[in-house]
Ligand binder design. Structure first.
Ligand SMILES: CC(C)(COP(=O)(O)OP(=O)(O)OC[C@H]1O[C@@H](n2cnc3c(N)ncnc32)[C@H](O)[C@@H]1OP(=O)(O)O)[C@@H](O)C(=O)NCCC(=O)NCCS
Length: 122
């Protein structure tokens, strides 16, 4: 795992092999307003051939650890498609709670897709 870039409430992480191949990325962007600086919104993506090998969990764990250490972020949130079982599984494993459902939040390949809003507040 390597930290590619960070500011006081945002960070980009990469999972990289000794060969230099990047196999996963995670990012957390903190809010820009005084009232939202404590909220980090995250996204994670792992190369398809490396999924189910623990990379996504490692990235999520590292993001949460970074957020707790940075002393600004008090809540992490994300939006995930309701049928994305692997993602729902790892978010729940790390304590995220489903806080709501956005019906038809995305439009993809001619159909409306629901998303869950998930949050982890500590
Ligand atoms: C979601 C994602 C980041 C997970 O990364 P990963 O490296 O595969 O994650 P891990 O290997 O650490 O863990 C996967 C877990 O999901 C579980 N899982 C896999 N398929 C599953 C399914 N269909 N239903 C339920 N759980 C499932 C695995 O058993 C594993 O569980 P464990 O940690 O208890 O062993 C990865 O699938 C991905 O990049 N998906 C595409 C992008 C994406 O959806 N990003 C999230 C958008 S919010």
């Amino acid at each position: 795992m390597a930290e590619a870039h960070s500011s006081d409430n945002s960070v980009n992480l990469i999972a990289i092999l000794p060969t230099g191949e990047i196999i996963g990325i995670a990012e957390m962007h903190g809010g820009k307003l005084k009232a939202t600086r404590h909220v980090g919104t995250i996204g994670i993506n792992v190369s398809s051939e490396w999924r189910n090998s623990g990379v996504g969990s490692d990235l999520l764990r590292s993001i949460i650890e970074w957020a707790k250490l940075c002393d600004i972020i008090k809540r992490i949130e994300l939006e995930v498609m309701t049928d994305n079982q692997p993602a729902l599984h790892i978010y729940e494993k790390f304590g995220f709670k489903t806080e709501g459902c956005k019906h038809g939040a995305l439009y993809k390949e001619g159909r409306l897709i629901d998303t869950y809003l998930m949050g982890l507040t500590y």
